[in-house]
Design a binder for this molecule. Structure first.
Ligand code: 4AD
Ligand code: MG
Length: 488
């Protein structure tokens, strides 16, 4: 009996000791590699955790390049024979997760300032050689198929760190100017753009939906008692807040069921939508330009290392383009003037240009990349091209709309001054076949203390493409949704 008790006690103590050791390792707070790489002096005892990018073996020691996601640059670990954990190190290969304690010392190697002389190493999670991201270049198309692993590559780590900084820069921009951030709904009963590109939200049984007396599906019996959709834009709802709180913005996901298979269209994308009371089209264009410049400056300042990767490997013209946008004014001209330029240029376009047609990507690119060679803001579009809420101009044929176009992408911002006059709005709604009963609340804004107001929507992914030079929207969204694709 005594033997058994002694055995149990020893095993129990062993387990406790092991736990104590493990908790000692894990209780130390993980230091970020980004911070250690900026260290000003050697440090006696540092602790890092991350994923192994590469391993190089020598006779009595080996090197690991460790990346913890905090920076583009990895930190080199030097692991000598005999340190605790060395025996388990057979399993440490590309893709494995490890913890390491040791001394931060100046590196002898080229291209890195600091390395860790490891005093203690432990394997947290192994990865065998089926790990798909072995050290070689993979195509962006292949990496889209493994979108759950691609943040572990240099390129996509950088894309998504910049995406995060850019979102933060947007909030900072508006916060510094006293704009109120409004959370507009994701599920809505309205179609802001009137283009009918809506994803329906329903809980009805698709095999046996209830029918009304005409035989049509009776959405009156649906979850919300009416037809509902995923929002295409938060604009209509944020207008109600602008006409109460003054300067507002919404920033969130929007959804479009448009069957566009291009490198610039996604079915789910994020939009930033400021809306300002007591503001006209000029003020709207001024804000859009200041906004684009300011957030780019912010990201250039805060993401220098990551941006360098894009300048070196993705888009050779990027540095110059970003500097240009930061420092030079955008070109501003009316739609009518732009059409004149396109009609009189020597270029033959696939889609011929006439006053009244929607400008295609080839036209937008000609203006920004060849004619003006800079971002261009176009304003006063034909009213037949634009939604019901835009303010009619006195000429009777245009509305106070504006688009910002940038080289390489085309439209990045779309906005307008809104129709604040009750009768004109009602007339527009009738012309667009929109039932006033459905938008009564929106019309109310024109009944009670109506004011001139304006706003715009900026496609967050398109801005990120512009900032990084990434050519396909699918590569700046964590998990892209496009026609026929909703993996993960
Ligand atoms: O021009 P849009 O359709 O404007 C609106 O939705 C307005 N309600 C905005 C407002 O005034 N508050 O869309 C605005 C921007 C476009 O300029 C483009 O950058 C982006 O949203 N966008 C898309 N981005 C990615 N994929 C798509 N399918 C997009 N559709 C529009
Ligand atoms: Mg638009």
């Amino acid at each position: 009996m005594q033997h058994v008790a002694a055995f149990v006690r020893t095993r129990f103590l062993d387990v406790l000791a092991l736990r104590a050791l493990r908790s000692l390792i894990f209780a130390m707070k993980r230091q970020l590699i980004a911070h250690l790489l900026e260290s000003e002096a050697e440090q006696e005892d540092v602790f890092v955790q991350g994923w192994v990018r590469t391993r190089r073996d020598s006779k009595t020691f080996f090197f690991l390049e460790l990346n913890d996601g905090s920076s583009l640059k990895p930190l080199q670990l030097v692991v000598s024979e005999g340190v605790p954990g060395y025996a388990d190190s057979r399993d440490i290969a590309t893709g494995a997760a490890v913890s390491a304690r040791g001394r931060l010392v100046a590196s002898q190697g080229k291209g890195q300032s600091w390395e860790i002389q490891v005093a203690e190493l432990s394997l947290v999670g192994s990865a065998d050689d089926s790990f798909p991201l072995q050290k070689k270049r993979h195509s962006n198309e292949y990496l889209r198929e493994i979108a759950h692993l691609r943040p572990r590559t240099n390129l996509f780590g950088a894309v998504f760190r910049i995406r995060s900084k850019l979102a933060f820069a947007i909030h900072r921009f508006f916060n510094e100017r006293d704009f109120v951030y409004v959370h507009t709904p994701i599920i809505t009963a309205s179609d802001c753009e009137g283009a009918g590109e809506l994803f329906r939200v329903t809980t009805l049984d698709s095999a046996q939906p209830p029918k009304d007396e005409t035989g049509a599906v009776d959405f009156g019996q649906d979850f919300f008692g009416k037809s509902t959709y995923l929002t295409v834009s938060g604009q209509l709802e944020v207008e109600t807040f602008a006409t109460a709180l003054g300067n507002t913005y919404t920033f969130g996901p929007t959804f479009r069921a448009e069957n566009s298979n291009t490198s610039r269209h996604a079915s789910e994308f994020w939009m930033v939508e400021p809306e300002m009371a007591f503001c006209d089209l000029q003020g709207d264009m001024d804000l859009a330009e200041e906004f684009v410049k300011s957030v780019i400056q912010d990201v250039v300042a805060s993401c220098a290392d990551d941006l360098q990767l894009f300048c070196n490997f993705v888009d050779k013209g990027l540095a110059e383009r970003l500097q240009f946008v930061e420092t030079r004014p955008f070109k501003r001209l009316s739609y009518t003037e732009a059409v004149e330029i396109l009609k009189s240029c020597s270029r033959s376009f696939e889609h011929p240009v006439e006053w009244g047609v929607n400008l295609q990507s080839e036209h937008e690119r000609y203006l920004t990349e060849e004619h003006f060679k800079c971002p261009v803001t176009l304003y006063d579009y034909p009213k037949t091209l634009k939604p019901f809420y835009m303010r009619a101009n006195d000429d009777g044929r245009t509305v106070a709309a504006m688009d910002v176009l940038v080289p390489g992408i085309g439209e990045i911002v779309g906005g307008s001054q809104r129709e604040e006059r009750l009768e004109q709005l009602q007339e527009n709604m009738a012309r667009h076949g929109i039932s006033e009963a459905d938008y009564d609340w929106y019309v109310d804004l024109r009944r009670y203390g109506s004011v001139p107001h304006a706003g715009f929507g900026l496609g967050f992914e398109r801005l990120l493409m512009f900032v990084t030079g990434m050519a396909n929207i699918r590569d700046v969204v964590p998990f892209p949704r496009t026609p026929g694709h909703a993996e993960f």
